[in-house]
Design a binder for this molecule. Structure first.
Ligand code: SF4
Length: 246
C-alpha cells in the first residue's frame, strides 16, 4: 500500500523494476531487442513505464498501457508514438504541457498540475493486456493515486478499458463507486465521494483508430481537457502561460 512509499519518485523507481507478468516481460524485452527498423539505432527502454508528471498533480490522465514502440522505446508514457502526438499537442493547447511534442525522455517536456499514467505499465502484445495482467498491475496505480490523493481533483480516462480498470482502483484508493457502476462514454462526467470529491471524465482513447477516423477530433479532446482543467482548479493557464511557468 501507499504507506510503504515515501514518494512518487520512489514508487516510479520500483514500478520500472517490476517483472510480475511473465508474458509482458517477455514481450516488452522481445520488442526492445528486435526493434522497429526506423528505430534500429536506438536503445529501447524495454521495462515497465512509470507515470509521468508532478507529484502534486490535481489532474490525472489514465490511458491503457504503453505502446510497444512508443513508451516501451522511450521510457515515458505516450512519448514517441502517434497517440502521444495527439495527446501532448492538446495538452499544450490548453496550457497543461510545456511543449506540443514528446519525442524522448530527455526532450525537456514538463506537465503542469497533470500526471499521465496507466492501469498497465508494460506494453502488451496487440495493445491488449489480459484481465489477469490488468489485475496484477492494479496495485501500482492504486498506490500512485493514493499518493496523489491530497491534491488530486479530477481524472480523465482515455477509453473503456482504462475506465473499467480504474474504478476498482479508485475504490481501493478510498473513493466511493456508485452502484450500478457508471458506464464509460465520451463526455461522461461523474463526481465520486471520498476523502475529497473526485471528478471522473470519460474521453475516447487517443488511438490512431479513433483519431484517424475522426471519432475523436482534436477539438473534442481539447474540450474534455479544458473541462477537466477547470474542475481540477488549474485555471488561468494558456499554452503560452503553461510554457512559461512549467
Ligand atoms: S504490467 Fe504491471 S504488474 Fe505486470 S510486469 Fe508490468 S509493471 Fe509489473
Amino acid at each position: 500500500m501507499s504507506a510503504s512509499w515515501k514518494s512518487l519518485a520512489q514508487l516510479d523507481a520500483a514500478v520500472s523494476e517490476c517483472r510480475a507478468c511473465p508474458r509482458l516481460v517477455e514481450w516488452r524485452e522481445h520488442v526492445a531487442r528486435t526493434k522497429r527498423a526506423a528505430f534500429a539505432d536506438q536503445t529501447y527502454w524495454g521495462r515497465p513505464v512509470p507515470g509521468f508528471g508532478p507529484d502534486d498533480a490535481a489532474l490525472a490522465i489514465v490511458g491503457l498501457a504503453p505502446a510497444a514502440h512508443g513508451g516501451n522505446r522511450t521510457g515515458r508514457m505516450f512519448t514517441g508514438d502517434r497517440s502521444g502526438d495527439v495527446l501532448f499537442k492538446a495538452l499544450y493547447d490548453v496550457g497543461l504541457a510545456s511543449q506540443p511534442t514528446a519525442t524522448h525522455r530527455d526532450d525537456g517536456l514538463t506537465l503542469r498540475g497533470t500526471r499521465i499514467t496507466a492501469p498497465v505499465h508494460c506494453a502488451p502484445p496487440a495493445n491488449k493486456p489480459t484481465p489477469g495482467e490488468r489485475d496484477t498491475c492494479r496495485h501500482w496505480l492504486a498506490d500512485e493515486l493514493a499518493l496523489l490523493r491530497p491534491t488530486l481533483k479530477a481524472v480523465v480516462v482515455l477509453g473503456a478499458f482504462g475506465w473499467q480498470a480504474l474504478l476498482p482502483v479508485l475504490a481501493e484508493a478510498g473513493w466511493t463507486i456508485p452502484r450500478p457502476r457508471p458506464k464509460f462514454g465520451h463526455d461522461v462526467h461523474i463526481t465520486l465521494d471520498g476523502p475529497t470529491p473526485l471528478h471522473l471524465l470519460g474521453c475516447y482513447h487517443v488511438s490512431q483508430q479513433n483519431t484517424f477516423t475522426g471519432k475523436l477530433t482534436p477539438a473534442m479532446l481539447r474540450a474534455v481537457l479544458e473541462q477537466a482543467k477547470g474542475l481540477a482548479g488549474l485555471v488561468g493557464l494558456t499554452a503560452t502561460e503553461g510554457n512559461r511557468d512549467a
